[in-house]
Design a binder for this molecule. Sequence first.
Ligand SMILES: Cc1cc2nc3c(=O)[nH]c(=O)nc-3n(C[C@H](O)[C@H](O)[C@H](O)COP(=O)(O)OP(=O)(O)OC[C@H]3O[C@@H](n4cnc5c(N)ncnc54)[C@H](O)[C@@H]3O)c2cc1C
Length: 423
Amino acid sequence: MTTATSRHVAIIGAGAVGVVSAIEALRDGHRVTLIDPGEPGGEQAASYGNAGWLSSHSVIPPSEPGVWKKVPGYLMDPLGPLAIRWSYLPKVLPWLVQYLLSGWTEARVEKTAWALRDLLKDAPKLHKVLADEAGVSELIERNGVMHVYPSRAPFDGDLGWRIRKRVGIQWLELNADEMRQREPDLDPRYTFGVLVEEAGRCRNPGGYVAALAAHAMAQGAEIVKAHAKGFRIDNGKLVSVITDSGEISCDAAVIAAGARSKALAASIGDPLPLETERGYHVMITDPGTGPRTSMMASDAKMVINWTDKGLRAAGQVEFAGVDAAPNWKRAEILRENLIGMFPKLPKSISPDRIKVWLGHRPSMPDGRPCIGHARATRDIVYAFGHGHVGLVGSARTGRLVAQLVSGRDPEIPLAPFAPTRFL
Ligand SMILES: Cc1cc2nc3c(=O)[nH]c(=O)nc-3n(C[C@H](O)[C@H](O)[C@H](O)COP(=O)(O)OP(=O)(O)OC[C@H]3O[C@@H](n4cnc5c(N)ncnc54)[C@H](O)[C@@H]3O)c2cc1C
């Protein structure tokens, strides 16, 4: 279906953000071309191997007051949950300064929390609708996620939960007995838990994105396997997207290339501070034990989620750039942590039952994505920088992209996500 205001929209990147944007743009009556050199939701995309949390309560940015005190530790311990490679330090330093400043005060963290709450609210429900439409309802579950702690003290001392309460998030607190009943195989050192019932999870993030892309194609989207390199703009009007296999004429474009969006925005005069927070996962098929509820461990700082291919532990933050080789010791640490949490897991597993992965969180220093128009032309829309919340955040981002492309009012205030906040 096309409407009088129908435009040809080229969407660069077929990760979660790109494919949901495609579906929502089609719903508005636009013609859509998705551009990606890889498979939609393929291993190259962060959307493939993330932890699968649809955590509408993940509103606290990674940088909080006092985090600067931990920076020396991040530099000294290359295998800690957050690490900065020495060789990459000069490159990442300006970004790190902005990161520390954006979380310098409680007020700044709370401002981001309110903004992210708008973006993420109802996300599990929105994803359920998308999954139903794409015929993969079984991939989205809405039965809560759990945070587990060795004691109540770190929870009580956590600014993040106090701010979550202020922005309207609710949860159940579980004592040691209640935890044991719910999670009999969890190591008994965990004696306190927080169950966030509004959150959901995805049982196969890569498969979900691939199914959404197939659904977009069934609705008329075209997919072009190419690498976008820049744009042709004439008198403030977009003419085409330039790719390594020719130009694609279009009258609107969306940059949704995840951690690789930076060069595309810079090519049209917007030097935005996008960095990759590299993360890892380890997957074990048929592990024989594990959590009943998807969970995050406060000490191991990783999420454990059942996928339809096995048990996945995902986490770690590594600053080393998009092109550096993976450090698979980090995936090994995830596996050790997993065994520490679920001692009944087999200590030795044949290699064919273990899969490891490295992915790139596309991160802005303040933990808020860039959603808005380019300065060079309103025909180009930015939809990148979702950091730790790009899967859960893709549902509303796609709707916002369609609203911007169609010239409609966005359904939430976009000022906190304006790319110009950094320019
Ligand atoms: C270990 C880990 C755990 C995570 N856990 C969660 C979680 O539980 N919940 C959650 O919500 N988020 C989580 N995240 C974050 C989430 O995965 C990302 O924020 C999200 O996937 C970003 O989606 P995207 O579509 O912006 O980018 P991507 O999924 O990275 O997709 C970008 C696409 O753009 C393509 N591309 C790149 N350059 C070009 C170009 N020049 N031309 C054309 N195409 C291009 C790529 O091939 C890729 O397919 C996690 C991330 C990691 C690494």
